[in-house]
Design a protein around this ligand. Structure first.
Ligand code: SF4
Ligand code: MG
Length: 331
């Protein structure tokens, strides 16, 4: 039993010219087999850095893990040899990046890149590998896949390239995929198609999925649970429907209120005031207090712990009860 991925008290720092950047400050989350966890936050919230620590690809810029554990199938990735870790990353843990064009090799055909996975990890012949590559391209619904195995990345549209990234991630049937803003670079209609495909394949392959995004609009239909991050901490975690119905943190509520809604056309869109803090100078007390419409004196001095709100729900707000009960007053 237990979680597939169990991140415990993770801390990551970066050395910068302005001092130590506290990018991840005690993040804990779990992902069960077959579950989709969306990790939501603005740029600089620590959502990508957490994922990079899980994958062991933190080296650019020079960041390092200063605390915590990352258990995968119950074993701590941080205390494994480099060789074993690389093997797990190649086969059991896969990543989908935002920018397929820079993640794919421009001078190798997509069929060769997909096929290489089967040659290197499964001992397939060149011919078998090409066949498997074509099958995968078909699985991710690239039209006329068989006739396109010899094409190069730049010959595909952005949406099709992102499908190829998904095919690469699926090739070895990993237990867990981490997708970092997988649709952010695409137009809205293509975004929805790629997200639907990812959700469908995740179900079919019964994998765990960590979906990192800044866009609360894309996760409602895809995720089981959401973890909202701010200034390197999780500020709210909840099953997706509970969070939409009644957010328990003012930051989450602000994010929800800033999603454009068809039924409220013409109304001025809400925006959370101000900017996220610099990670070299995170405010004392609640890190969100300079932007929070509900901040009180205690918020400027006392850091809120993650309070249990309900089974499977937690909020790092001193005033979570009021926040939950004020939902009727949403603008
Ligand atoms: Fe706002 Fe205070 Fe809650 Fe932080 S603890 S989110 S400042 S009300
Ligand atoms: Mg990012």
């Amino acid at each position: 039993g237990g979680a597939l991925l169990d991140v415990r008290g993770l801390q990551v720092e970066f050395r910068t010219r302005d001092g130590i950047a506290h990018a991840v400050n005690g993040v804990s989350y779990t992902v069960a087999a077959g579950e989709t966890l969306a990790v939501l936050g603005e740029s600089g919230s620590g959502k990508s850095v957490t994922a990079q620590a899980v994958l062991g690809i933190l080296d650019t810029p020079p960041g390092h893990v200063t605390g915590g554990e990352i258990l995968f199938h119950g074993r701590d990735l941080l205390r494994m040899g480099a060789e074993e870790r690389r093997r797990i990353r190649g086969t059991k843990l896969a990543m989908i990046f935002q920018d397929a064009l820079s993640a794919l090799n421009p001078v190798l055909s997509v069929g060769a890149q997909l096929g290489e996975m089967f040659e290197v990890h499964r001992g397939a012949s060149r011919k078998e590998a090409r066949d498997r590559a074509a099958e995968l391209m078909d699985r991710v619904r690239i039209p006329a896949a068989r006739s396109r195995v010899g094409d190069y990345p730049h010959q595909f549209s952005g949406g099709m390239r992102q499908r190829i990234m998904i095919a690469m991630a699926l090739a070895l049937e990993p237990d867990l995929i981490i997708a970092d803003e997988p649709t952010t670079a695409l137009d809205v209609t293509v975004q929805a198609q790629v997200m639907d495909l990812l959700a469908e394949l995740r179900r079919e392959y019964a994998m765990g999925l960590v979906l990192i995004t800044h866009d609360l609009g894309v996760v409602a239909d895809v995720a089981d649970r959401i973890a909202v991050m701010y200034a390197g901490r999780i500020v709210e975690t909840a099953p997706v429907h509970g969070l939409y119905r009644a957010p328990a943190h003012p930051y989450t509520r602000g994010l929800l209120d800033s999603i454009p809604r068809l039924d409220q056309k013409g109304r001025e869109l809400y925006a959370i005031k101000g900017l996220p803090p610099s990670l070299t100078a995170i405010p004392p007390g609640c890190p969100f207090h300079p932007r929070c419409p509900k901040a009180q004196d205690i918020c400027r001095t006392d850091r809120p712990p993650l309070y249990d709100v309900a089974p499977g729900r937690a909020s790092a707000c001193h005033f979570w009860e009021e926040t939950v009960s004020e939902q009727g007053e949403r603008p």
